[in-house]
Design a protein around this ligand. Structure first.
Ligand code: SAM
Ligand code: DTB
Ligand code: SF4
Length: 347
């Protein structure tokens, strides 16, 4: 028997009082070692634990459909090593201006008609200016009026920005930690980890739900993968929505030739996210097109209950909608909004 099985990891920690801002908890609930011990469990033991926790908290047949739209593409001044939209990399992505409300409305209506319940607008900004926020607020209000859940990912926010977006009807703000703090500097140099935590704090402080996850397969170590999940799980409260992206290797970016990750490691990451953040929507995010149906099926077994739905992510491909509907049907899953069975706070 492995050491991890001889010394079972405590899965249910006492709830912590709700903080009004996202911050690493003073006494972290999850040490990196505890999270790593989960990663190191035998694969089926890990999946069993994750599936058990998933069933305790959600209808396990429901999968959220979130559709992405890049409302402002490319030309970004940042140097995120994975990103096709950074101006400094020659990736063939053309920069464009912020889309008009009518175009966004049409795209959101198509997403709704196709079965999406959440619509996420992404902009390739380092940090939006006040006038950008005003314009995006108009887009948010337009999408919200269709009855869709709204999400935006616009980069770093200043004081007041999250409040303006909230007042326009923003449900979630996506801002990813992306990696463990000790790997972050290998991937991005133009902003630091604390900048990300500060933006998350502003989002939480405004009462907008937090969508925050990361990317795996960027060359991080096992411990660093555990470090990313520990960071997310120790946010107080932890995010309502946790996108786990597999790196999409894009020609022209520094990570274009990154060695592929063992797909079971990706499944393990989903499982560990489910165990450590039991009430979150865990989204099987970028990388599904390269993954194949069987690995996706294992991700759902591991507790993923959300996907990006639509044939495009921001600039790269995603499975087409019919393929996803077919996959869910083959697995006996159905589109819907997973709501925690026990409505306790994400403490
Ligand atoms: N510019 C804003 C920002 O960085 O916060 C919002 C858009 S940015 C493209 C949103 C997220 O997409 C990134 O934080 C990253 O996690 C993810 N992403 C970007 N390129 C990716 C890639 N090639 N593979 C996987 N995820 C990627
Ligand atoms: C997230 O975590 N993943 C999405 C969304 N949030 C904005 C973006 C994935 C982008 C993949 C690369 C691209 O299509 O440009
Ligand atoms: Fe810019 Fe966001 Fe891409 Fe980084 S991830 S280069 S901030 S668009």
């Amino acid at each position: 028997m492995s050491a991890a099985l001889e010394q079972p990891v405590t899965l249910h920690r006492p709830p912590r009082p709700l903080a009004d801002r996202v911050a690493p908890a003073a006494a972290p609930r999850w040490s990196v070692e505890d999270v790593q011990a989960l990663f190191e469990l035998p694969f089926y033991e890990l999946l069993h634990r994750a599936q058990t926790i998933h069933r305790e908290n959600f209808d396990p047949t429901l999968v959220e459909f979130a559709t992405l739209l890049s409302v402002k593409t490319g030309g970004c001044p940042e140097d995120c090593g994975y990103c096709p939209q950074a101006a400094r990399y020659d990736t063939g992505v053309e920069a464009s201006k912020l889309m008009e409300p009518a175009e966004v409305l049409a795209a959101a209506q198509r997403a709704k008609d196709a079965g999406a319940t959440r619509f996420c607008m992404g902009a390739a900004w380092r940090a939006p200016k006040d006038r950008d926020i005003e314009k995006v607020a108009e887009l948010v209000a337009t999408v919200k009026a269709l009855g869709l859940e709204t999400c935006a990912t616009l980069g770093m926010l200043e004081d007041g920005h999250a409040e303006t977006l909230r007042d326009a009807g923003l449900d979630y703000y996506n801002h990813n930690l992306d990696s463990a703090p000790d790997f972050y500097g290998d991937i991005i140099s133009t902003r630091d980890y604390q900048d990300r935590l500060d933006t998350l704090g502003r989002v939480r402080g405004a009462g907008v739900k937090v969508c925050c996850g990361g990317i795996v397969g960027m060359g991080e170590s096992h411990t660093q993968r555990a470090g990313l999940i520990a960071q997310l799980a120790n946010l107080a409260p932890y995010p309502e929505s946790v996108p786990i992206n597999h790196l999409v290797r894009v020609q022209g970016t520094p990570l274009a030739e990154q060695a592929p990750l063992d797909p079971f490691e990706f499944v393990r990451t989903i499982a560990v996210a489910r165990i450590t953040m039991p009430l979150a929507r865990v989204r099987l995010s970028a990388g599904r097109q390269q993954m194949g149906d069987a690995i996706q099926a294992l991700c759902f077994l591991a507790g993923a209950n959300s996907i990006f739905y639509g044939d495009k992510l921001l600039t790269t491909g995603n499975p087409d909608t019919q393929a996803d509907l077919d996959l869910l049907q083959r697995l006996g899953l159905k589109p819907g909004q997973p709501v925690p069975l026990n409505q306790q706070a994400l403490a």
